[in-house]
Design a protein around this ligand. Structure first.
Ligand SMILES: *Cc1c(COP(=O)(O)O)cnc(C)c1O
Length: 357
C-alpha cells in the first residue's frame, strides 16, 4: 500500500501567506488538510488531501463527551538550499500509535501514514517558511466520531493532519525561563494517561499554569503524584539537570511523556562522551545541589522550543537561580546542534532527518 498516490481535492483560492516575521504559534493554517477515516468494517481508509475547512460532527460524537483523542506535534524545516526536512517523523507516528493504544483507538500503519504525511507536506511545501528559527508545525490528531453516549470505545474515527507556519520560539535569542514547582496539582500518575499525548492531560494543567503565571512564573515544574518529591516534567517539556558534571533526567516511569527531543538530546550527549543518567531525582536533591554550588544547568526539551533553559526555580519559599540566569553552555550546544541538524546547517550523522521530495 505504501507509495499509493493520495487523492487530492484541489482548493479553489489559495490563501495569502502570512508575514514570516512575527508569526504567532498555531494561528495560521495552510490551504489543505489531510484526512483519513476508520470504521470497524473498513479499518483506516479513504486517505485524502482536501481544502482546509471546518468539519461537521454529530453533537453526540464521542470525542465531545469522553475525550477519546490523541495528537502529535512535529516540524518541517526549510534548509538554506531550499530542501524541506522533517525530524524523526517515524518516532512521532510510533508515539501516536502508543498514545492510541492507551486511549483504545485503533492503530495506523506507520509506514503508510509516514508516506501520506510526506505527500501532504510536499503539496504544501511553499508554506514552509525560511527565516531563521521559523518552521511549519505539523499537527496530526485522531478523534472518536461515533454518535453514541455509551461508555465504550468509538467504532469510528477521523485522523486529520493540519499544518501551521510558526515563528521563532526565541525572537530575541534564547532566554532562560522562571519555573514554579507545583505542589498541589499533578499532571499525571503512573498507570494514568501521562505517557500519552491526549487532550485531557493538557486542559487539566491549565489551572496550575495560570497559578504560576499569576505569580510571575512562565512554567510549572511537575512533581510525582504520590509523594510530590520526584521531578517529572517542566510545562509540556522533559527536563534535564546538570549536577557536578553529570546530566540527570527523570527516568521514564509510566507517567512521563517520552519526548523525541529528550531521546535525541540523550543520544547526542552520550555521543559527546558526557555521562547521562536516567533515574529518579527529587526536588530536594536539586535544591541541595544549588546550595552547594553543584547545580550547573537546568533545561527543558520539546519540539516547540527545542531547548528551554531554566534560570529560576521557586519551590516553597526557596528561590534558586541557575547559572546566574544565563543560558548554560550545554543547553546552548544542544540547541545549536539540534536546530543545526533539523535545518540542514549541520551534517546529520544519525540519519534523523527525512527529505520531503
Ligand atoms: C510533547 C510533549 C513533550 C515533548 O515531546 P517532544 O517529542 O520532544 O516534542 C514532553 N512532555 C509532554 C507532556 C508533551 O506533551
Amino acid at each position: 500500500m505504501v507509495n499509493e498516490k493520495v487523492k487530492i481535492i484541489e482548493v479553489e483560492d489559495k490563501k495569502p501567506k502570512p508575514d514570516p516575521n512575527g508569526l504567532m504559534f498555531g494561528r495560521h493554517f495552510t490551504d489543505y488538510m489531510f484526512t483519513m477515516d476508520y470504521s470497524t468494517e473498513l479499518g483506516w481508509h479513504e486517505a485524502r488531501i482536501v481544502p482546509y475547512e471546518a468539519i461537521t460532527l454529530d453533537p453526540a460524537s464521542m470525542i465531545f463527551h469522553y475525550g477519546q483523542t490523541v495528537f502529535e506535534g512535529l516540524k518541517a524545516y526549510r534548509t538554506e538550499d531550499e530542501r524541506v526536512l522533517l525530524f524523526r517523523p517515524d518516532k512521532n507516528i510510533e508515539r501516536l500509535n502508543q498514545s492510541s493504544e492507551r486511549l483504545s483507538i485503533p492503530k495506523v500503519d506507520n509506514e503508510q501514514v509516514l508516506d501520506y504525511l510526506l505527500q501532504f507536506i510536499s503539496l504544501e511545501k511553499d508554506w514552509v517558511p525560511s527565516s531563521e528559527g521559523t518552521s511549519l508545525y505539523i499537527r496530526p490528531f485522531i478523534i472518536a466520531t461515533e454518535p453514541h453516549l455509551g461508555l465504550s470505545p468509538s467504532s469510528t474515527y477521523k485522523l486529520i493532519v493540519i499544518l501551521s507556519p510558526v515563528g521563532s520560539y526565541y525572537p530575541e535569542g534564547i532566554n532562560p525561563v522562571s519555573i514554579f514547582v507545583e505542589e498541589s496539582y499533578v499532571r499525571a500518575v503512573k498507570g494514568g494517561t501521562g505517557t500519552a499525548k491526549t487532550a485531557g492531560n493538557y486542559s487539566a494543567s491549565y489551572i496550575a499554569q495560570k497559578k504560576a503565571s499569576n505569580n510571575g512564573f512562565s512554567q510549572v515544574l511537575w512533581l510525582d503524584a504520590l509523594e510530590k518529591r520526584y521531578v517529572e516534567e517542566v510545562g509540556s517539556m522533559n527536563v534535564f539537570f546538570k549536577i557536578n558534571g553529570e546530566i540527570i533526567t527523570p527516568a521514564l516511569n509510566g507517567s512521563i511523556l517520552e519526548g523525541i527531543t529528550r531521546m535525541s538530546a540523550i543520544e547526542l550527549m552520550k555521543e559527546w562522551g558526557l555521562t547521562v543518567t536516567e533515574r529518579r531525582i527529587t526536588i530536594e536533591e536539586v535544591v541541595k545541589a544549588a546550595k552547594t554550588g553543584e547545580l550547573e544547568e537546568i533545561f527543558g526539551t520539546g519540539t516547540a522550543a527545542v531547548i528551554s533553559p531554566v534560570g529560576l526555580l521557586q519551590w516553597k519559599d526557596e528561590s534558586i537561580t541557575i547559572n546566574h540566569r544565563q543560558t548554560g553552555p550545554l543547553a546552548k550546544k544542544l540547541y545549536d546542534t539540534l536546530t543545526g541538524i533539523q535545518t540542514g546547517k549541520l551534517p546529520d550523522p544519525f540519519g534523523w532527518t527525512v527529505v520531503v521530495k
